[in-house]
Ligand binder design. Structure first.
Ligand code: ADP
Length: 441
């Protein structure tokens, strides 16, 4: 028990003692004791009234009442607690002010969304870049306000590792990079950054590559025409010149390959993120044709087998798929020494579809595998050049796969061969009956 409580009890005891003595003297013991108790109760009620008034009247907060005993201690504690609470409140309010200043100064649009995609908070840039308004749009589902199908798919997809590029819903000339970060209790933070400047530079780069390739194509075709004529009359030239002519023709053909591949990449760049799903491509026929092309390229140097699911078709772009698969098949022939084995497989595991090219060739060191799809990346430049490579084949494959929602998986070991696998999602798979397939191919 604290000293204040002991003093308080002592005070009550003193009042009762005084009432007892006075009661005995006056011969009115009961009445005097009753009066003493009434006095003690009145005193405490009065203290309670003062404390209550002090607590409930805001203007008196800094003037605590002078109270005795336990009441004094109680008032002191309440006063200290209130002061601490007010200080913390002020600190939080100033922090909130600074946070608001900071978020409004931020050039990136920031939106907090709840588990049902409802908007919980947004900053000023979200109004400028995404056309969202506070407080009108609070609680409204974000997908009702930003209706772009890519955005809706990205938000509901749940895979936020890569940012999404999007045209601003309010300005057609503003390109945004949108990122989503999950946090807290099923909440997500959406950040959208204006990348129009980068996008324009990227667009310029693409246009430049496309224009240069296009401009080079015509003069090269003319040069190749002359070279062909000279090669046709090569008996008329001395042997060293004959060798130079054939070398020149080889290099010109290579250059033509590079230009065609660059044009293909430019076309893919300009086509948007998804290949059309309108028509189903007869992949079984395409793979059989590729097997024959591979046999011609190998000129009997390899054993080439194919396992084809004849009813398995794919929604996509026939030209792009042909280009991608042909690159993988030609790589298998070019990087597999004579006598090696190549297997093409077009199958389904029940869900998606798989195109696989397996070779028993030279293989690839693991350190190179992550970089193989970069433009002009080659493990061995000389070998690529000697076999007519452009260094752009796998870049095209990767691009085509992305446009078809597919994944490219590369497994390889030096000296043991390689497997290139294209995994297509179930949404693009079409099952054709044997009759339809025969009629259409
Ligand atoms: P390239 O025209 O040089 O073949 P690609 O983009 O098609 O260009 O391939 C990039 C590099 O990947 C090649 O230079 C080669 O080193 C390696 N590569 C591709 N396919 C195979 C394969 N089947 N076996 C071994 N290496 C391969």
């Amino acid at each position: 028990m604290t000293r204040a409580w002991l003093a308080e009890l002592g005070r009550v005891a003193l009042i009762l003692l005084a009432a007892l003595v006075l009661g005995l003297i006056a011969g009115q013991l009961v009445w005097m004791l009753f009066a003493g108790l009434l006095f003690a109760l009145g005193f405490h009620l009065y203290q309670l009234y003062r404390v209550h008034r002090w607590i409930t009247q805001a203007e008196d907060r800094d003037n605590p009442p002078d109270a005795m005993g336990v009441w004094g201690e109680l008032v002191d504690s309440l006063y200290r607690f209130g002061k601490r609470h007010r200080k913390r409140k002020e600190r939080l309010a100033s922090l909130l002010d600074r946070f608001n200043e900071f978020t409004s100064a931020m050039p990136d649009a920031t939106v907090v969304i709840g588990p049902n995609n409802e908007i919980r908070w947004l900053n000023e840039a979200a109004t400028a870049l995404l056309g969202l308004n506070s407080p009108q749009d609070m609680g409204v589902r974000l997908t009702n306000l930003i209706r772009h199908p890519d955005f809706i798919a990205y938000l509901s997809g749940g895979d936020y590792h890569e940012p999404l590029e999007l045209t601003s819903p309010v300005h057609d000339d503003v390109r945004l990079s949108v990122r989503i970060v999950p946090f807290g209790n099923h909440e997500r933070l959406l950040a959208a950054r204006d990348i129009s400047y980068l996008y324009r530079i990227e667009q310029m780069r693409r246009d430049f590559v496309a224009n240069v390739s296009h401009e080079l194509r015509t003069p090269l075709t003319v040069l190749m025409g002359y070279l062909e004529t000279f090669v046709d009359m090569e008996e008329e030239f001395p042997p060293p010149l004959q060798r130079s002519l054939s070398h020149m023709q080889g290099q010109a053909t290579r250059m033509q390959g590079i230009i065609e591949d660059l044009l293909m990449l430019s076309r893919l760049d300009g086509e948007g993120p998804h290949a059309s799903e309108q028509s189903a491509v007869a992949i079984p026929g395409l793979v059989s044709a590729l097997r024959e092309d591979a046999q011609a390229l190998s000129a009997g140097g390899h054993k080439i087998d194919a396992e084809i699911d004849e009813t398995l078709w794919l929604r996509g772009d026939a030209k792009e798929l042909h280009s991608a698969f042909a690159n993988l098949v030609s790589n298998a022939v070019r990087y597999t020494p004579q006598g090696g084995k190549i297997v093409l497989r077009w199958t389904s595991d029940g869900a998606g579809a798989t195109f696989e090219v397996r070779d028993s060739g030279i293989g690839i060191d693991p350190e190179h595998i992550p970089r193989l799809t970069e433009r002009f990346y080659r493990v061995n430049k000389d070998r690529s050049r000697d076999t007519g490579g452009t260094g752009l084949g796998l870049a095209i494959v990767k691009h085509v796969m992305q446009r078809h929602g597919a994944r490219l998986i590369i497994r390889s070991k030096p000296g043991e061969g390689s497997v290139f696998v294209c995994l297509f999602p179930p949404a693009r798979v079409v099952r054709k009956t044997q009759e339809v397939q025969t009629a259409s191919t």
